[in-house]
Design a protein around this ligand. Structure first.
Ligand SMILES: NC(=O)c1ccc[n+]([C@@H]2O[C@H](COP(=O)([O-])OP(=O)(O)OC[C@H]3O[C@@H](n4cnc5c(N)ncnc54)[C@H](OP(=O)(O)O)[C@@H]3O)[C@@H](O)[C@H]2O)c1
Length: 300
């Protein structure tokens, strides 16, 4: 049996669907039974557990030969780093107490660094904690920049007619569709051929700059001169706070952006067939971005 945290999310939902399609026994974990019901109809067992609750997670992992472990984002946490530590402590405790043998763990490019990478420090610490479990075989998937991050641009395009953010316009970034991470993780869970503690970078189909992101999105929405502007932290922070984010998350995002812009946070491996995944940004835009963009335009 496989236990999947974040099962209703971007990556976990793909893993759960893949394992169920392969007739595997799956326990899907989330905070709400209703949201897990679709998987139950396809044969999964649902387990309602909060990932900060070590006892509930231990029950959720009991009897699993392998788990998919992740720290769900929580932008509403007043102290995001403290929240991340609570989740990684609970995962450490639950994996140990349930005696799980294999874990595929969602991490990030930059998780090799112990500090100054914003929310990725929490993933570095997660890797460190799980690596202390002697009997565990763990595969840390160090994913690149999610293409889904560009969905936050929809409101900016619709309000200001451009893309904007803290990253340099000319910074090449390995952008990956979350679906590809789920697919990859699902394959690894089916094979269970990793041993000891291993990290693997996943860098998406190719590197893209935000200038190129603007060009691809511009073509798709019929605005061929769509441009991207890098904004200074002093302008970004108030905008993030106005969008409902706490200071803690806003500060971490700006720290990570600085780490990316300076090259401190970067892949360790050159691009290769092993760390490249299939979904092109153009496909993501056609299948995910454009329907959301049109939906939002119709609603406003
Ligand atoms: N964005 C990036 O560029 C990037 C890059 C590399 C790594 N990452 C990492 O990727 C991870 C996010 O992955 P994702 O996009 O697959 O996640 P996601 O879709 O945002 O969230 C996964 C699921 O977690 C569940 N959840 C939320 N809070 C929970 C809680 N307290 N207890 C139990 N379940 C909870 C939610 O389901 P329910 O509502 O059903 O409970 C949600 O659907 C983060 O750790 C992030 O640091 C992100």
């Amino acid at each position: 049996m496989y236990a999947i945290t974040g099962a209703t999310g971007n990556t976990g939902s793909v893993i759960a669907a893949k394992l169920l399609a392969g007739a595997e026994k799956v326990r899907v974990i989330g905070r709400n039974a209703g949201r897990l019901a679709g998987f139950v109809r396809r044969g999964a067992e649902a387990c309602v557990a909060d990932v900060t609750d070590a006892t509930a997670l231990t029950t959720a992992f009991a009897g699993a030969k392998a788990v998919y472990a992740m720290i769900p984002p929580n932008i509403a946490a007043p102290d995001v780093s403290a929240y991340q530590e609570r989740v990684s402590d609970a995962l450490l405790s639950a994996i140990t107490r349930a005696g799980v043998g294999f874990a595929v763990v969602l991490s990030s490019v930059g998780a090799d660094k112990p500090d100054k990478t914003g929310p990725v420090v929490g993933l570095h610490n997660l890797e460190q904690k799980l690596s202390s479990i002697a009997g565990l075989n763990a595969l840390y998937l160090r994913a690149g920049y999610f293409m889904e991050n560009t969905l936050a641009q929809i409101g900016i395009i619709q309000s200001f007619g451009l893309l904007g953010g803290p990253l340099r316009a000319d910074l090449p970034v390995g952008m990956i569709a979350a679906h590809d991470i789920g697919d990859w993780a699902g394959e690894e869970l089916l094979r269970l051929s990793f041993a000891g503690k291993q990290a693997r970078e996943l860098l998406g189909q190719r590197d893209l700059t935000y200038r190129e992101v603007a060009s691809v999105i511009g073509k798709a929405i019929g605005k061929s001169n769509l441009s991207y502007s890098q904004f200074p932290p002093a302008l970004i922070k108030p905008a993030l706070l106005q969008s409902g984010m706490y200071t803690s998350m806003a500060d971490l995002i700006l720290e990570m952006s600085e780490a990316l812009n300076s090259g401190y946070m970067a892949p360790l491996e050159p691009r290769s067939a092993q760390n490249t995944t299939p979904t092109a940004f153009e496909t993501f835009v056609a299948e995910v971005f454009l329907p959301r963009f049109k939906g939002k335009a119709a609603a406003s």
